[in-house]
Design a protein around this ligand. Structure first.
Ligand code: NDP
Length: 189
């Protein structure tokens, strides 16, 4: 935390990104709150989380922000669309929901306690899969023509696969992001 304070005060440092998770006994929340919100490029400080809730410009978490940029780039209408997000993490699912609400979507957030997940996903114009379970979202959960954004990164038999069954969903979805080579590239950028 002392080192972060030094970086906060250093005018030659413009952004600070703490790689999570942190080893014990470090308290990740205390570390994040020690970052100057004006340098919190990950957007995890309460100040920036609050700005996202309100819809004010701030540093936003990069993975869901990358998804927003992707939708914009592909000309996918967000306003008025029904977006279903699978996953409610602080890093992906929740900020994704806030960004989509702010952009005028009707948003449903699903998680491990959601009943009838396939039925909920079938009602989506936009599906964001961020649950961390390989090929979990099945092709017949996808409404014909839906935009499917696969955030998942899972290692199976030495291969990286997403949270969506790509083979099944390909052809039903109007657009579908690959894993690897999709959302991850934007997160890195
Ligand atoms: P977390 O493990 O923090 O959250 C997973 C979420 O999925 C939880 O909300 C959990 O529900 C929900 N979930 C788990 N199992 C099910 C299920 N069977 N049905 C419905 N919901 C379920 O993961 P992250 O959000 O950090 O990451 C999600 C995925 O995205 C991972 O594969 C991760 O590697 C990847 N990722 C990719 C990035 C990229 O740049 N491409 C960046 C960040 C993450 P509950 O809350 O009830 O437990």
């Amino acid at each position: 935390i002392g080192f972060l304070r030094e970086l906060n005060a250093d005018p030659t440092v413009h952004g600070i990104l703490v790689q999570l998770p942190l080893p014990k006994p470090l308290d990740a929340r205390a570390v994040i709150e020690a970052i100057d919100p004006a340098k919190d490029v990950d957007g995890f400080h309460y100040h920036n989380v609050g700005a996202l809730v309100v819809g004010d410009p701030a540093f936003y978490p990069c993975t869901p922000w990358g998804v927003m940029k992707m939708l914009e780039h592909e000309g996918i209408a967000v306003e008025g669309a029904h977006a279903v997000i699978v996953g409610r993490s602080t890093i992906v699912g929740k900020p994704m929901a806030l960004m989509l609400i702010n952009a005028g979507a009707t948003v449903t957030v699903c998680h491990s306690k959601t009943r009838d997940l396939p039925e909920v996903v079938r009602r989506a114009d936009i599906v964001v899969a961020a649950l961390g379970k390989p090929r979990f979202v099945q092709g017949d959960w996808i409404r014909e023509g839906a935009a499917v954004i696969d955030v998942g990164v899972n290692r199976v038999d030495g291969k990286i696969v997403g949270d969506v069954d790509f083979e099944q969903a390909n052809g039903r979805a109007g657009v579908l992001t690959p894993v690897p080579g999709g959302v991850g590239l934007l997160t890195v950028a």
